[in-house]
Design a protein. Structure first.
Length: 450
């Protein structure tokens, strides 16, 4: 019998890993990398509705600029791109149209494109809005054009490059599912629930060792600024990227003599990031992870402090990374489907929550292999244990999960999370028992493919 479905997964995994090893006499890919960023800050008087938190009014000012950032790669045979927006979501309808446009206008195949939002709740909404929110549609078109431009600029900046990966730790996140017997879980702080402190950094540098770009991945909601804030900001993601870019630009000085751990301070005259290195921040499996502290009103002290802390760790990690020039690229995507449900509204206080079945919901999964670095994408707000399971079961030592990528299907709890009602469980569009396995096994299958 030649049915490959009878081959145990461990054999398939062994073969997949073996296929990534260099073969004597075979030429490896000559990696080229380029990076760029394009400003997507709306006009100060645009008064666009903001994403994330429900608000009764649009933004009232600009605290710091927000960006679309792009890293484009080429291995001599194919192109790939990783793009981030300092926005709350990548709506699925926007992804569907924009990814085809990217393929047509830039030559980046859809399966090789990872387009993610940092989940910034202090930035304008995007989507196919009309009527009273018609300006949202206009702003979305601006963001789409900026995305194309960022990819074009990054592609124009391609140069021979080396790549490597490293990890560190940052203690800026905490599980937010605060649970108590008899009342389920509410949004709060729970130091006893899982929280992944890993800061993953993929470093791209020139053949002479000059940094080109960093891909930074950390599992935390980009919500240091709460619902009272009405100023546009990149929040923690933006502050981290800005700090790292300014460091490599030379706009930072040590607070005292010593190593980086002594701390760095931004020169007052430097308010915008560097023109060279691009620091692309991505959200890990952060569906149940909040910052350890949230700001009050429009006080940005915490944002700057947390951005500095996370930025310093990313720089420290990057400095210790060993890079390699010869890698192959491979991209793949697929959709997995799970049964849907939604909470029934109008339930009385203290009543047992009720749910009704809905149509199945599709989750888009993406994989970009950069040598033996597996950068995965999921089109939703994934809870942390799904990300942990993927890393534990992946055949590759270096596996990153990027969420809010290539679409938006909302919260995706792990199976065990359904045992305790919480905001994430009440809000999810998925019935229990499907999404965790569909995501992990679906991504493992993409890793197995050659």
């Amino acid at each position: 019998m030649n049915d490959s479905s009878f081959i145990p997964r461990w054999i398939v995994t062994l073969l997949a890993v073996a296929c990534t090893l260099p073969v004597l006499g075979a030429a490896q890919g000559t990696l080229q990398v380029g990076a760029a960023r394009v400003d997507i800050t709306p006009p100060a008087d645009a008064a666009l509705p903001m994403g994330g938190y429900p608000r009764t009014q649009g933004f009232q000012g600009i605290h710091d600029h927000i960006y679309a950032r792009a890293i484009v790669l080429n291995d001599g045979t194919s192109y790939a791109a990783i793009v981030t927006w300092e926005l709350v979501f990548v709506p699925t309808a926007v992804w569907s149209e924009l990814s085809e446009r990217v393929a047509k206008e830039t030559g980046i195949p859809v399966e090789n494109l990872l387009l993610a939002a940092v989940h910034d709740h202090s930035a304008p909404m995007v989507g196919r809005a009309s009527g009273s929110h018609s300006k949202t549609g206009e702003y979305t078109a601006t963001v789409e054009n900026a995305t194309i431009e960022a990819i074009r600029q990054a592609k124009a900046n391609l140069q021979p490059a080396r790549v490597g990966i490293g990890t560190g730790k940052a203690y800026l996140n905490m599980n937010r599912r605060e649970c108590a017997p008899g009342r389920g879980c509410r949004l709060g702080q729970n130091p006893d629930f899982p929280s992944d402190k890993t800061v993953a950094v993929v470093k791209f540098e020139s053949m002479s060792g000059k940094p080109i770009a960093l891909l930074i991945n950390y599992a935390v909601h980009d919500v240091v600024m709460g619902p009272e804030n009405l100023q546009v900001t990149g929040d923690l993601a933006g502050a981290t990227s800005r700090f790292v870019e300014q460091f490599y630009k030379g706009a930072l000085t040590p607070t005292k003599r010593g190593d980086l751990g002594a701390g760095l301070e931004l020169r007052p005259e430097e308010t915008v990031g560097g023109d060279g290195v691009v620091a692309l921040w991505t959200s890990g499996a952060a569906g149940d992870q909040n910052p350890i502290s949230l700001a009050r009103g429009e006080d940005f002290t915490l944002v700057d402090a947390f951005g500095k802390t996370l930025g310093e760790e990313a720089i420290r990690v990057a400095g210790a990374i060993r890079t390699s020039p010869g890698v192959r690229l491979r991209g793949a995507q697929r959709e997995v489907s799970c049964p849907g449900r939604r909470a029934v509204s109008g339930q009385g206080a203290g009543a047992e929550p009720k749910f009704m079945d809905t149509n199945p919901v599709n989750i888009r999964l993406g994989l970009l292999m950069i040598g033996d670095i597996a950068v995965t994408g999921v089109s939703g707000e994934v809870l942390t244990m799904i990300g942990q399971r993927l890393k534990n079961e992946s055949p590759f030592n270096h596996t990153i999960m990027v969420t809010h990528a290539n679409g938006n299907v909302g919260y995706i709890p792990n199976d065990a999370a359904y045992e305790q009602l919480s905001y994430e469980v009440m809000s999810t569009r998925f019935k229990p028992g499907c999404a965790e396995g569909a995501i992990v096994n679906g991504l493992l299958d993409l890793m197995d493919q050659r």
